[in-house]
Design a protein around this ligand. Structure first.
Ligand code: AMP
Length: 210
């Protein structure tokens, strides 16, 4: 099963992609995770991506497209994959369309702006082990401190207000129009993302098996 999951920052996209990975045994491919991994390893790609990510802007398409082409050609993608964070604009969608993989379904998690801003502003990450927290849903046992390693909890650079504003604007301008592209292909599945996590997962699986 070859899938794409769409949803704005904090829509629960990463969590749901993980659930789908477990359910169907297909790899979860997140371009954001690939960039963050490269940043923490200090690779050439990481050095280039760091400032772009911190500003909430997009990594150039030539780089991102090449990464995806290489990643999808690996053996673990032979039975399918779920793409998270890619494609993000028309150019990337057309590039993917020209690769030899037919996409079976596109999941779109719908969450209101108000709820998204509430979720984003409550996100924290551990400076040491990078565990994610949410002051509303996944609270640390002790305020400001990581449950696992005792590290300090901070706001991610790309969750700071200026970066959030930029990311939400880019999503509306460049990513949202792609939903129409996939709707016209008849493979778009809109899912209510403003429900408890389990209910969202159940709705996704139901929609995929319709
Ligand atoms: P995400 O975790 O998907 O929100 O991605 C974090 C950041 O990585 C984004 O704000 C972009 O700077 C970069 N990024 C992730 N995916 C892409 C993509 N498909 N094209 C360009 N930049 C991306």
């Amino acid at each position: 099963m070859r899938l794409i999951i769409f949803g704005q920052q904090a829509s629960g996209k990463g969590t749901q992609a993980e659930k789908i990975t477990e359910h169907y045994g297909i790899p979860h491919i997140s371009t954001g995770d690939i960039f963050r991994e490269n940043i923490s390893k200090g690779t050439e790609l990481g050095k280039l991506a760091k400032e772009i990510l911190d500003r909430g802007e997009l990594v150039p398409d030539e780089i991102t497209n090449k990464i995806i082409e290489e990643r999808l050609s690996r053996d673990d993608c032979s039975k399918g994959f779920i793409l998270d964070g890619y494609p993000r604009n028309r150019n990337q969608a057309e590039f993917l369309d020209n690769l030899p993989y037919q996409i079976d379904a596109v999941i779109n998690l719908e969450v209101s702006q108000q709820e998204l801003i509430k979720r984003i502003s409550s996100r924290r990450v551990c400076v040491n082990c990078k565990t994610n927290y949410n002051l509303i849903y996944i609270k640390p046992k002790q305020e400001g401190m990581c449950n696992k390693c005792g590290g300090k909890l901070i706001i991610r650079d790309d969750d700071k207000p200026e970066a959030i504003k930029k990311r939400l604007a880019i999503y509306h301008e460049q990513t949202e129009p792609l939903l129409k592209f996939y709707e016209e292909k008849g493979i778009l599945k809109n899912i209510n993302g403003e429900q408890p996590m389990e209910a969202v997962s159940n709705d996704i699986i139901k929609a995929l098996e319709e």
